[in-house]
Design a binder for this molecule. Sequence first.
Ligand code: AKG
Length: 307
Amino acid sequence: MTLAKPAPAETTAVDDFARAGVHLFGEVLDADACTALLADLKAGRDWGEGLFLSEAEFDADPQYRGVNPRPGRNLLEGYEARLKLVEANPAIVAGLTALLGEGYVLMDRKVVCGVPASVIPDWLKRRIAGNPVNNLGAFVKPRYRDVTYFYGIDFHQDLIDFKGREADFLTLYIYLAPVAKADAPLFLLEGSHRLGASVFPHDLVQQGETWRYRSGGREALTTQRVLTGGTGNAAMWHACTLHGTQPDEADHERISLRYLLARGPAAAAGIDRVNAAIEGPLALDEIRVDLDAAGAARIKANSVNQA
Ligand SMILES: O=C(O)CCC(=O)C(=O)O
């Protein structure tokens, strides 16, 4: 009897993207190296209530834009050599090359922190209750804005930050410590990428583990996957894949690495096949309607928190 050969990782990543818009690597990274990196990233910083402005400081000059990491203000600057742990990992390189082609492009890399309820001041909890996007950057002291802080975010596409750009990129997300249900794991809606670029907030109705998703006159039944995992767990998803997190219920922060990587100049790349099968648009000029002119939330609604 001849045994079927296992599919090479590259084929799996492209097939997974075509079907689900998500590829799970599992715990492929060196756990000790992840633990050491996490300890160094955390060292000597306040991850508690000291992160936040007072209500009076915030109200004196509310700034909703420009509050995320950027070149020159990014905690990962200085860690380039250590990040080879991720960026030179053979499974990750094979998956990225298969999808994005040789010479794929690093668009962004940063630390993302799921902030536990216990450290969020009461005034802030009151003000953000029910918001769909609880990126806390606006409320964090400027010196700590080298990290992105979330207290949950409703189902969204990572294309949300790229008005007018084609969905030719993906997100790679790394857990540096174990993430259980209480640690704000990612909720991914498998198959949601197939409706293409869609305006936030999204039309979703939960039916158990399935979510009915409508966009642009089309409908898809998508499957909820809760991405719990151990140290060194890696996953990647298409720029149109809906995903979100609930508020961190644990007593400690959840610190992850988040990369955006784009198709390179190669003549052929797996994402071309994935995108050719997408039924909706690959780009949108207007991609979110939840913010007012200053960038503050003007809609109170949240689906992922009901999941
Ligand atoms: O880490 C989180 O809580 C949310 C991350 C996320 O959805 C994103 O960065 O797009």
